[in-house]
Design a binder for this molecule. Structure first.
Ligand code: MAN
Ligand code: CA
Length: 264
């Protein structure tokens, strides 16, 4: 809306349109007449305020941007820290997994060594058993009789004690050693006089088995050993089969059957 004063001024302007220079001079005159100062201090203040306001706006915008930038960088930094911690955890997991795998591998190695040792032991045992089995088969095929952990063979010919022993040794055995009542009973099965592995040839009266052990449990027939008629009876045979105590000392040169024993 146009005010009354403005309408008046407009009409005046229209009226003086053809005399502008004159009007301008009149105007200058009227300003000088009223003594109004050019670019008043209010205007300056106004400009100062506007400029200050503009600067404040720029400052705020700068602050805003820097704040946002700081927040953005901080968030990025936090993300990186989290990622780094994640990676750290992952690495730690890998390391612990590797450690447990290493432990497992070492344990497996130990188990493998144990198993190998066990297998070697079993292989040895197997070979031992095979040899034993072959030995059993061999003695059984040769007509030996098995009794309580040993094979026995009664000769079919007669020889002096020393030759009898040599025959046993050639068969991987020796003359029979009697260690128990059961073995003594077993030795009485043959009804012939048979040499056993007992003698006192080294020291008179000191009866020794062929394996070097001293006589402890004996089964002498009554009256024996008697070194009968000082005939130097240094070797022992089973003579009295019908008696539990069947042993007799006799001259080693005498020829008798004999019993070999192979301990298994
Ligand atoms: C025979 C031999 C001897 C034994 C006597 C016992 O002469 O066997 O060794 O001592 O009989 O009478
Ligand atoms: Ca005698």
């Amino acid at each position: 809306m146009v005010s009354l004063e403005e309408e008046l001024e407009l009409s005046m302007t229209y009226e003086n349109f053809e005399d502008v220079p004159a009007r301008k001079a009149a105007s200058r005159r009227s300003v000088e007449d009223f003594n109004v100062p050019a670019a008043a201090p209010g205007m300056k203040m106004y400009r100062l305020v506007v400029v200050s306001f503009g600067l404040l706006c720029i400052l705020q915008a700068a602050l805003n941007i820097s704040l946002r930038l700081t927040l953005y960088l901080e968030a990025g930094c936090n993300n990186l820290t989290e990622e780094r911690d994640d990676l750290k955890r992952t690495l730690e997991n890998y390391v612990s997994q590797q450690n447990s795998l290493t432990e497992e591998r070492d344990e497996m190695k130990r188990i493998n060594l144990d198993l190998e040792a066990g297998r070697n032991l079993l292989t040895e045992e197997n070979h031992g058993l095979k040899r034993t089995l072959e030995e059993y088969a061999h003695y059984l095929q040769q007509g030996w009789v098995y009794f309580s952990g040993s094979f026995y063979r009664i000769s079919s010919t007669m020889k002096p004690w020393q030759d009898s022993r040599r025959d046993c040794q050639q068969r991987g055995a020796d003359l029979m050693i009697i260690n128990s009542q059961e073995e003594q009973d077993f030795s009485r099965q043959s009804k012939n006089i048979t040499w056993i592995g007992l003698m006192d040839r080294n020291t008179e009266g000191e009866w020794t088995w062929v394996d070097g052990t001293q006589l402890t449990t004996s089964f002498w027939h009554s009256g024996e050993p008697n070194n009968y008629l000082n005939k130097n009876e240094d070797c022992v045979n089973i003579n009295h089969h019908d008696h539990q105590n069947s042993w007799n000392d006799a001259p080693c040169e005498n020829e008798h059957f004999w019993i070999c024993e192979k301990k298994m």
